[in-house]
Design a protein. Structure first.
Length: 254
């Protein structure tokens, strides 16, 4: 996958791409990230990328010409790339959106600064994404969040092929609690069943704990959950009560 990032602060992207799984993905060729400095496309002696807002008001607005020129240059090399504007006004980012983006060959991430970008840039954009209901100083961290979450979904990037499939959100549930050595830590024991070597029982325990955890922390997610009749039996057997609309699995609909 190729990711082009348009920014006035390309150095902000350097270090996060040089560590861990992202760095490995780049070395393996699964991911290519190109940072483009919007300022390189700015006009005039001072190469201004921002100006005062028409109509008055606080702050500065990013000028459209350098952004659109930078975009056009990138799109010449990667025609058909999916262009995303990072903005707190966009659709809220989710694991489902990360999965959809991971299927694309090229994405372009446009990072705003100051009070945001001139509204006339919007017609050059395919999607507007927000990483949450808070306001950052710029889009670079949001771009990195997208790069990070998408990279781990690219084929062959994670060591174990099914790691991402068992992650939180992958089937609308939070992940079960996990433990590693030591077996005892400050008086707390690892659940005995996890030491049993019985993979069927372990897998059932994980499923039940995953549902319990989701119910306690993110009950909203359970509205979209779909359980098989076997899973429902298991949950009932472990005393996990769910409202009927959630408990009903696909196989009950016909
Ligand atoms: N004045 C803008 C508004 O009220 O919508 C906010 C501008 S913000 C200070 C500057 C830039 O940071 C935005 O153009 C955007 O690129 C980025 N940004 C801020 N919050 C973000 C968020 N939650 N998700 C994605 N990008 C964000």
């Amino acid at each position: 996958m190729q990711v082009d990032v348009l920014t006035i602060f390309p150095n902000l992207l350097v270090s996060p791409l040089q560590e861990g799984i992202i760095q490995r993905a780049i070395v393996s060729g699964a991911l290519e990230v190109f940072a483009h400095n919007i300022r390189d496309h700015a006009l005039g002696k001072h190469a201004m990328t921002d100006d005062r807002p028409f109509g008055g008001g606080e702050g500065m607005v990013m000028k459209p010409e350098p952004i659109v020129a930078a975009l056009r240059q990138v799109l010449t090399q990667r025609p058909g790339a999916h262009v995303i504007l990072l903005t707190p006004q966009g659709r809220q980012y989710s694991q489902k959106m990360a999965e959809d983006l991971a299927k694309k060959e090229h994405i372009v991430l446009l990072c705003g600064r100051y009070e945001g970008v001139d509204a006339r840039v919007e017609e050059h954009i395919d999607a507007e994404i927000s990483i949450g209901d808070y306001v950052l100083t710029g889009g670079e961290l949001a771009a990195l969040v997208i790069i990070d979450s998408v990279t781990r979904l690219l084929p062959g990037v994670l060591g174990c092929s099914d790691s991402a499939e068992c992650d939180t959100f992958s089937r609308g549930l939070l992940k079960y609690p996990q433990y590693t050595r030591p077996r005892q830590f400050e008086g707390q024991e690892v659940p005995e069943l996890l030491l049993s070597g019985d993979h069927k029982l372990i897998s059932q325990w994980r499923f039940v704990e995953s549902v319990k955890r989701t119910k306690a922390r993110r009950p909203d997610l359970l509205q979209g959950a779909n359980f098989s009749s076997q899973e429902r039996k298991l949950l009932v057997g472990h005393g996990v009560e769910l409202v009927e609309s959630v408990v009903a699995g696909k196989d009950d609909l016909h």
